[in-house]
Design a protein around this ligand. Structure first.
Ligand SMILES: [Zn+2]
Length: 267
């Protein structure tokens, strides 16, 4: 049973109060919660499991997953997290493994603790279609390891650098490939307004939105401050990529999602 109806005031209250005491960057969640229903610790292999907020949503209502590529970093990733926090929204971060350091790792922990998903976007952001199977699987595995070291969870989703994918990749990377509806927000000449319009015009139930929290991408941070409340006003719940599938009762490893890059859970 994966449905999680937001049916009671109690559930809403729980969702509202289980923010961790140590959810800011730089802190560790040493004060483990005593109320079992308020936290989830997915870690099985790390010595220091992170606490994580449980995010409730109503599977009967429309859902969208905001996703962010090319982090983590110490400027733009925290700004994106601040905006998500401001509107009580979730996001999913597809990390470049080589960007993960001791310092940026704390930002990743903050995102995870907020209830955001942490996923895999390669180690070096190379074009995998020009690489050997051995080389690109090594990139995926190293990034998985770095993320698991931080969160205790191995990413289930992968976004190919440049969205460049081929059969070798589909057959050798055992993850659900995600693309998404974007607005070319990696291009600095795309204005804040164009980013807002680009996202809002593609909003739909079950959709993945593709954005970037790359260092210095200030226009996307600004755009989010309009995009998020507008989507919420339209009735969308901003959930993680995992929840997007869960909400529709779908398993991302289903055959129907294989050999393609997914922009919407509804295919
Ligand atoms: Zn990228």
């Amino acid at each position: 049973m994966t449905r999680k109806p937001l049916s009671s005031a109690a559930a809403a209250l729980i969702a509202g109060v289980i923010l961790l005491s140590g959810c800011s960057a730089g802190s560790k969640s040493e004060s483990s919660g005593t109320a079992a229903e308020t936290t989830t610790t997915a870690a099985e292999t790390t010595a220091e499991p992170l606490q994580r907020r449980i995010r409730e949503y109503d599977p009967e209502k429309p859902v969208i997953a905001l996703t962010f590529d090319d982090g983590p970093n110490l400027v733009t990733t925290p700004q994106v997290l601040d905006v998500l926090e401001k509107y009580d929204a979730a996001g999913s971060f597809f990390l470049i493994g080589s960007n993960i350091s001791d310092e940026t790792g704390e930002v990743v922990k903050r995102a995870y603790s907020m209830g955001c998903d942490i996923e895999n976007h390669s180690l070096t952001h190379a074009n995998f279609t020009t690489m050997t199977v051995g080389d690109f699987t090594a990139e995926v595995e190293e990034t998985d390891r770095k993320i698991e070291d931080l969160t205790g969870e191995v990413p289930k989703f992968f976004r190919a650098p440049y969205l460049a994918a081929n059969t070798d990749m589909f057959e050798n990377i055992d993850k659900c490939f995600i693309s998404g509806f974007g607005c070319n927000d990696w291009d600095d000449s795309v204005s804040v307004e164009q980013r807002i319009d680009g996202v809002l015009s593609q909003a739909a139930d079950g959709a993945v939105i593709l954005l970037h929290d790359a260092q210095g991408n200030q226009k996307t941070v600004e755009a989010l401050d309009t995009i998020i409340p507008e989507l919420q006003k339209q009735g969308y719940q901003l959930v993680t990529i995992s929840q997007l599938f869960e909400a529709k009762g779908r398993d991302p490893m289903e055959e129907i999602y294989k050999y393609r890059q997914i922009s919407s859970v509804i295919v």
